[in-house]
Design a protein around this ligand. Structure first.
Ligand SMILES: Cc1cc2nc3c(=O)[nH]c(=O)nc-3n(C[C@H](O)[C@H](O)[C@H](O)COP(=O)(O)OP(=O)(O)OC[C@H]3O[C@@H](n4cnc5c(N)ncnc54)[C@H](O)[C@@H]3O)c2cc1C
Length: 430
């Protein structure tokens, strides 16, 4: 059973959130990052509440690919392999890159189990969201399920006090607050003290690709705004695109590539204006840490946005795994303890997430030179970095080893410089 709770129950939770002697986490946003963080944090003696602005019953259909760095966590660590398998996901077997004359330029096979231990999977976005929601909120799994307060729009937080305020005047208090409220995050505003707006990238996208055993097909088609033949202002996840205008946009493409565009029925084209944010100076303040698009919104050019949201969620779970609340009479974590754990999460995740954010911008650059049809970009370029990830703790160890090597090299250089300086001194002595 999925727990989505009524307003009456919500006021009870507000009181409980102040009174209970469990570790309390409030998650703002019930998207992929919020639900994944609830799963990762779920453990005995914890009360997890998700505040979601919507009623969570919108049907936004598009395909989302989970890269193996994230599908391993979802399928194996969170045991969702069977649930997701039942939804008929499709394996992403490879990329083929063609020029405008319809000639294949390269084929990059993506079967990656042998090299990296899992596959890139394509899901219907709703199927993935439903599976995560069930795993976070169902009592079929051990430990208390997370609860979702729908229609709860958060306006701001008091980061030091660990208090979240909603538009309807409610107040929730917790040991830990996770800002998972997407690219337009308000929690980010409370953390940074300034409003950071999502940046227009000049590209818009249509999404298509196979899922549900091939019974749905969705295509991602990225277009510079000025070539889109559409009004590019204010496109949200629910903005519909115009089929003839879309066909006009791709008029130069080979016939076989344009073919599927003529099979689309009215209402099946969604338009998203692609936006991202620059790397932020920090993701945390007081009892608050931001995750997912709120912290590192990135272009979908590598299909890593949701995967990075899942990676950071797993990291939150890993670094909060050993807290003592509920043991030996410990009833909550102090501000200093929360800050120390959040700093570890930030240190582990920041460089990786911002590197992938930058890679995603780089991949958005045109695949051909101006005036040429020769393709120069290779989608396989970043695979190794993206896919060689086996959870936050291992990544943190690897980073520490690399930092030590860099540190050792720097120490060696200092010693070399000192030795050289000594030799010079000895030589100049009469
Ligand atoms: C065109 C396109 C294609 C993409 N394709 C892929 C792909 O193939 N693979 C991939 O990995 N990623 C993909 N992504 C990126 C991916 O969808 C996002 O990175 C991912 O959904 C981020 O999850 P999130 O939970 O951080 O944010 P969101 O999914 O935006 O969720 C945020 C949630 O917070 C809620 N919320 C917002 N504000 C408030 C508030 N004030 N109070 C309470 N609740 C609030 C929202 O209602 C929402 O439910 C794509 C993105 C785009 C635009």
């Amino acid at each position: 059973m999925t727990r989505i709770i009524s307003k009456a129950k919500q006021s009870q939770i507000i009181k409980e959130s102040i009174m209970t002697e469990q570790f309390k986490a409030i998650i703002v946003g019930g998207g992929i990052a919020g639900l994944a963080t609830a799963i990762a944090l779920r453990a005995p003696n914890r009360k997890i509440t998700i505040l979601e602005q919507s009623s969570l019953n919108r049907e936004i259909g598009a395909i989302v690919s989970l890269q193996l760095n994230a599908s391993k966590t979802v399928e194996k660590t969170w045991n969702l392999a069977k649930t997701l398998q039942d939804k008929g996901p499709m394996m992403d077997e490879g990329f083929q890159v063609y020029n405008l004359d319809g000639e294949r330029q390269m084929r990059i096979p993506l079967s990656t189990t042998e090299k990296y231990g899992a596959e890139r999977m394509l899901y219907h976005r709703i199927d993935l969201h439903d599976a995560l929601k069930k795993r976070a909120t169902s009592d079929e799994w051990p430990s208390e399920p997370a609860e979702i307060c729908v229609s709860s729009r958060v306006t701001h937080c008091d980061c030091e006090e660990g208090v979240v305020y909603t538009q309807t005047g409610e107040m929730f208090q917790a040991d830990l607050i996770i800002g998972a409220d997407g690219i337009k995050s308000v929690v980010r505003g409370s953390v940074l003290g300034i409003k950071i707006s999502a940046l227009r990238t000049g590209h818009s996208a249509m999404i298509m690709g196979p899922a549900r055993n091939g019974s749905v097909y969705s295509i991602v088609a990225m277009v510079p705004d000025e070539d889109m033949n559409e009004d590019a202002s204010n496109t949200s996840w629910t903005t519909h695109g115009d089929i003839p205008k879309m066909q006009e946009t791709f008029a130069d493409f080979p016939e076989w590539a344009r073919g599927p565009l003529s099979c689309i029925s009215d209402g099946e084209v969604g338009m998203w204006q692609l936006r991202d944010i620059d790397p932020l100076p920090t993701w945390m303040k007081g009892r608050v840490i931001i995750v997912g698009d709120a912290a590192h919104a990135m272009l979908p050019t590598q299909g890593q946005g949701a995967s990075q949201a899942i990676e950071v969620a797993e990291a939150v779970g890993a670094f909060y795994a050993d807290i003592d609340v509920g043991k030996d009479g410990v009833t909550s974590l102090s501000l200093e303890q929360i800050k120390a754990i959040n700093e570890k999460i930030f240190a582990c995740r920041y460089k990786r997430a911002t590197t992938i954010q930058r890679y995603s911008r780089q991949t958005a650059k045109p695949a051909t030179e101006e005036g040429s049809v020769k393709v120069k970009m290779s989608p396989s370029d970043f695979m190794d970095y993206n896919c060689s990830y086996n959870g936050a703790l291992e990544w943190a160890r690897r980073q520490a080893e690399q930092d030590k090597v860099v540190d050792d090299i720097e120490k060696m250089r200092i010693v070399e410089r000192e030795v050289q300086a000594e030799e010079v001194t000895i030589q100049v002595q009469p």
